[in-house]
Write a protein that binds this ligand. Structure first.
Ligand code: FMN
Length: 202
């Protein structure tokens, strides 16, 4: 049986999106798929593809304990326009900035409620903490526990199986080390944008 997957990146970022990194990671385990980007693709193209596919894989970042606005707009559009998603399955990947993936639980509950309203079969989720680290190839060495879980999740999708909701936490770093890494990245961005460290603290 051929299963066709529609993978959707809901990130607001124009480049280096962590959600896209997770989508690409999962797509390595699949054969027939198309990847869309809510930032660049129009809904018409996305729905045309969804019509022909069995499974949707939606990845997005956590913004203020909720799905980000680009993703919320997409969810609202489907609900408001009664788009028919009966017999389609959904897997979800949510990533957040905090180290603990449990911060994504409220956003996942929003998705679960939405699935009931739009008749979509919920198949499972992975809630990724420290998305800015796990979602970057250069930090692979400290993300191995989370990536192992992402692999397990990918295999469930490939086998068309329901998955338990999986939560990942950046367990190889303590809080202090995590903040240090985050600061390195902010300082680089400051330099690039000709801002001093003091200016971004204001
Ligand atoms: C406006 C805004 C709100 C955010 N709110 C949260 C939040 O409530 N909790 C959290 O852990 N991370 C929060 N983050 C961090 C993002 O979830 C994190 O950077 C994520 O890795 C971005 O994923 P993306 O690259 O796929 O867009 C927020 C980021 C932005 C820009």
């Amino acid at each position: 049986m051929i299963i066709i997957y529609t993978l959707i990146n809901g990130s607001q970022k124009v480049k280096n999106s962590n959600s896209k990194y997770f989508i690409d990671y999962i797509s390595n385990y699949l054969n027939d798929y198309i990847i869309f980007d809510l930032q660049h693709n129009n809904y018409k193209d996305i729905f045309n593809c969804i019509k022909c596919s069995d499974t949707i894989i939606l990845a997005f970042p956590l913004y203020v304990d909720s799905p980000n606005s680009l993703t919320l707009n997409f969810l609202d559009y489907i609900y408001d326009n009664n788009i028919n998603l009966k017999n389609k399955k959904l897997y979800v990947i949510i990533n957040c900035g905090f180290m603990e993936g449990k911060h994504n639980i409220t956003a996942l509950n929003i998705i679960k409620n939405w699935c009931v309203k739009v008749n979509l079969t919920y198949q499972g989720a992975i809630l990724i903490g420290a998305g800015e680290i796990v979602g970057k190839k250069s930090y692979k060495f400290i993300s191995r526990n989370a990536l192992r879980k992402l692999k397990k999740f990918s295999i469930s999708i490939k086998n068309n199986k329901k998955s338990n909701d999986i939560i990942t936490t950046m367990d190889l770093l303590n809080n202090k080390m995590y903040c240090m890494l985050a600061n390195i990245s902010w300082n680089k961005k400051c330099k690039k944008n000709k801002l001093s460290k003091e200016e971004i603290k204001k």
